[in-house]
Design a binder for this molecule. Structure first.
Ligand code: PGA
Length: 243
């Protein structure tokens, strides 16, 4: 299993800002110890493919629809993602689940479709604060994984544990929480990579990397600043080294 650190640029940057940031990354992120991916907005993918094509940086999307083509106004298909060089696609991010109402059933269809088009899905799971307070975190995560991966050959799937209350809040989950959830997820998914996401930054990367069963990060805010992204990758590698 190779460790992976993936940037999730969300809905940031116009096309020139995205291209400039990607160029800076292409010049300064030359890591061979782990995989590094940038999951960008649909609008950016084609240009980023050109920028990253001769580098080790992999390209990913943040979402997709499960059909290949047809009358689905506003949607983007896995065939389109492949045609602009995507290797990864984030599926079931908590913002998709909570703002756009994505269900486990829909997420399962997307994962199956991504796999059948040789895209590596990054399946996001994680509990809300209310679910944690109601002691439902384990049930929610088990359900999201089981339903998300129902009938799926899970090879090449990446899991990202992102507690919803830690995303974009600056509040990183504490060590025990991450350790016990990652151990729990490990029991369900075997040797698939399990990323942690939620307010990862250079100042906490070393501590997070030292947690067992953390095989990388999914990084939002800190991935928008090249120096921060580079620094947190270096810190991860310092602790985890090469597999
Ligand atoms: P954050 O986002 O690093 O800004 O908390 C992580 C994510 O949503 O993937």
């Amino acid at each position: 299993m190779r460790n992976l650190i993936a940037a999730n640029w969300k809905m940031h940057f116009d096309i020139d800002e995205a291209e400039n940031t990607a160029k800076q990354m292409a010049n300064s992120l030359k890591f061979t110890e782990i995989d590094v991916a940038v999951c960008a907005n649909f609008i950016h993918l084609d240009r980023l493919n050109t920028v990253f094509s001769k580098t080790g940086i992999k390209l990913g999307a943040q979402n997709m629809y499960f059909e290949e083509k047809g009358a689905y106004t506003g949607e983007v298909s896995p065939v389109m993602l492949k045609s602009v060089g995507c290797e990864y696609v984030i599926i079931g991010h908590s913002e998709r689940r909570h703002i756009f109402g994505e269900t486990d059933e829909l997420i399962n269809k997307k994962i199956k479709s991504a796999k059948s088009h040789n895209l590596k899905p990054i399946l996001c799971v994680g509990e809300t604060l209310k679910e944690r307070e109601d002691a439902k975190a384990f049930d929610v995560i088990a359900r999201q994984i089981k339903e998300g991966l129902d009938g799926v050959d899970a090879e090449d799937v990446v899991i990202a544990y992102e507690p919803v209350w830690a995303i974009g809040t600056g509040v990183v989950a504490d060590r025990n929480t991450i350790e016990e959830i990652h151990a729990f997820v490990r029991q369900i998914v075997g040797n698939l990579p399990i990323l942690y996401g939620g307010s990862v930054k250079p100042s906490n990367a070393e501590q997070l990397a030292s947690i067992k069963d953390v095989n990388g990060f999914l990084v939002g805010g800190a991935s928008l600043v090249v120096e921060d992204f580079k620094s947190l990758i270096e810190k991860f590698i310092k602790i985890k080294g090469e597999d």
